[in-house]
Write a protein that binds this ligand. Structure first.
Ligand code: HMH
Length: 208
C-alpha cells in the first residue's frame, strides 16, 4: 500500500492529537496563559524557525523542478515570519540571543539530520511540521488579543492552502518512493508528532 499524508493521519490519530492539542493552546484561547510561558514559547519558536528555514532551504535543494514554486513561496513567507518574530520579541522586550532549550535543540538536530534523507522523507516532514501548527493554532477556535495574530499566522486560509499543497507534493513523491523510503517517511512523521508535543510542553519548563 502506498503511504499518503492522509493515511498517516488516519493510522496515527493519537500521536497527531498529542501534537496539536495542548493546554498551552487552550490557555491562549482562554486568555489565561501566563506571559512568562507564552514568552518562553515565543523565543524558542523564533530559534526553531531560524533552523526550520534552513531545513526548507535544504528540502528545496532536493526538490524536482515542479515543486520549486511552492517551496519558494514557503521561504518567502518565512522571511516575513522571521522579521515578525523579531518585532514581537521587541514589543515584549525579549532577548532572542537566549540559548535553545533541550527540546528545541533536539528538534533542530532532527531537521538537520534529514539533510541526507530522500526528498520524499523531507517533503513528508515539511508537511507534518507545517500542518502541526496549522491545526494546533486553529483547533481551539478564535483567540483573544494579544494571541489573535499568532493564531491567524498559522491558522489563516492562505496558510491552510499552502499546507494542502505541501501534502500534495509529498503524496506525489511518496507514490513512487520505494518501500524503504516510505517507511522512513512514516518514522519522520511520528518523530515530528512527538517533537511537536514536547515543544508545547517546553513553554512550561522555564521562564525566559
Ligand atoms: C515547533 N513547529 C514548531 N514551530 C513552528 N513555527 C512550526 C512548526 C511552523 O510551522
Amino acid at each position: 500500500m502506498v503511504l499518503t499524508c492522509e493515511g498517516l493521519l488516519s493510522t496515527y490519530p493519537e500521536a497527531w492529537q498529542a501534537a496539536t492539542v495542548h493546554p498551552f493552546l487552550t490557555q491562549c484561547q482562554q486568555g489565561t496563559i501566563r506571559p512568562a510561558q507564552f514568552n518562553t514559547w515565543l523565543v524558542q519558536d523564533y530559534l526553531f524557525v531560524t533552523q526550520f528555514t534552513r531545513f526548507v532551504g535544504r528540502t528545496l535543494a532536493a526538490a524536482p523542478d515542479e515543486h520549486l514554486d511552492i517551496l519558494l513561496s514557503g521561504l518567502n513567507a518565512l522571511q516575513d515570519e522571521l522579521n515578525w518574530f523579531r518585532e514581537k520579541a521587541a514589543e515584549r522586550s525579549l532577548d532572542l540571543s537566549t540559548p535553545r532549550q533541550m527540546t528545541c535543540q533536539i528538534y533542530c538536530e532532527f531537521m538537520g539530520s534529514l539533510v541526507n534523507a530522500p526528498y520524499a522523507v523531507q517533503a513528508t516532514a515539511l508537511w507534518a511540521i507545517e500542518y502541526a501548527y496549522n491545526q494546533g493554532w486553529q483547533l481551539p477556535g478564535p483567540m483573544p488579543a494579544p494571541y489573535t495574530e499568532f493564531a491567524d499566522r498559522w491558522g489563516n486560509p492562505g496558510f491552510t492552502d499552502y499546507v494542502k499543497l505541501l501534502a500534495n507534493q509529498a503524496d506525489t513523491v511518496l507514490a513512487i518512493a520505494p518501500p524503504g523510503e516510505q517507511a522512513a517517511a512514516e518514522t519522520a512523521f511520528l518523530r515530528v508528532a512527538a517533537l511537536e508535543k514536547d515543544f508545547w510542553q517546553m513553554a512550561y519548563n522555564a521562564a525566559v
